[in-house]
Write a protein that binds this ligand. Structure first.
Ligand code: SAM
Length: 252
């Protein structure tokens, strides 16, 4: 299978390379599940100082990424990568697991990282297929967003995760948060591991995990539960969880 290729347009290629080279994404790169190439608009700048920013028309604080060298960098990337161009932007579509899943079906993506006050609006009109935000806050550059997107997408690509750390167990995979996890030792500062996890009864363990996932989602992210139809048995598990929760809070 051909690797999913990410071409990143960035003024800080070393930043993207450093994060993507370790851990799960690093392994995916070694196994040729993903490929990564960065394109620096500075390499397409023609003046002696290799300028990559310019003052905004209309005045005001801050600079804007210079349009001409940025356009050339994107077009150079496009010659090698026919994928969609995604501009990381606080004004974009919020990134969630559903969108990550959608990205994971693409063969290739070009990720455009802004800096300064952002990029010339005409670049968006000319070259950008979609804008994507990693949250309602403003970062200094799109690189962190690109790395978040690459990491989340890579986890879903076949062969990246082993059976043991399958994405199917992660939060959001089936519209719920993940259950709590425990490992050795049995006792930690007086806190013990729930007995069911040591019972060896796989059906009981699976039921407990599902109930915890439902309960946590109910407590922390009720919006996710509203968007998800529960089966009869899931509803029963959640009702038990809520009853137990009500009982224990009344006791305190
Ligand atoms: N003036 C811009 C605005 O308010 O929409 C913000 C510019 S920001 C300082 C510089 C760059 O960081 C943006 O061009 C974008 O690429 C990136 N960025 C900032 N916040 C982001 C977010 N929440 N998600 C994705 N990218 C973001």
């Amino acid at each position: 299978m051909m690797p999913m290729r990410f071409d990143v347009i960035t003024l800080f290629p070393e930043l993207v390379a450093s994060v993507v080279s370790g851990g799960v994404t690093g392994r995916a790169m070694e196994r040729s599940i993903i490929g990564l190439k960065s394109w620096n608009p500075r390499d397409f700048s023609t003046d002696v100082h290799r300028t990559v920013d310019d003052r905004p028309y209309g005045g005001g604080p801050g600079m804007v990424m210079k349009a001409d060298c940025l356009l050339q960098a994107i077009r150079a990337a496009r010659q090698e990568n026919p994928g969609k161009v995604v501009y990381l932007s606080p004004q974009g579509m919020p990134l969630n697991q559903q969108l990550v899943r959608q990205f994971a079906t693409e063969d290739n993506l070009i990720l455009l990282c802004g800096r300064y006050e952002g990029i010339d609006e005409r670049i968006i009109e000319l070259e950008v297929d979609m804008e994507c935000s990693i949250g309602d806050y403003v970062l200094s550059g799109g690189e962190l967003g690109a790395m978040v997107l690459i990491d989340a997408v890579t986890r879903l690509l076949p062969g990246t995760l082993g059976h043991d750390d399958s994405a199917a167990q992660d939060s959001f995979f089936d519209g719920l948060l993940d259950c709590p996890h425990y490992t050795r030792p049995d006792e930690l500062e007086g806190l013990s591991v729930p007995a069911v996890l040591k019972s060896g009864n796989h059906a009981d363990i699976a039921r407990w995990r599902k109930q915890q996932a439902l309960g946590r989602t109910w407590q922390r992210r009720p919006d996710l539960l509203k968007a998800r139809q529960l089966t009869v048995s899931e509803q029963a598990l959640l009702d038990d969880y809520i009853n137990e929760f009500d009982r224990s809070t009344k006791l305190h």
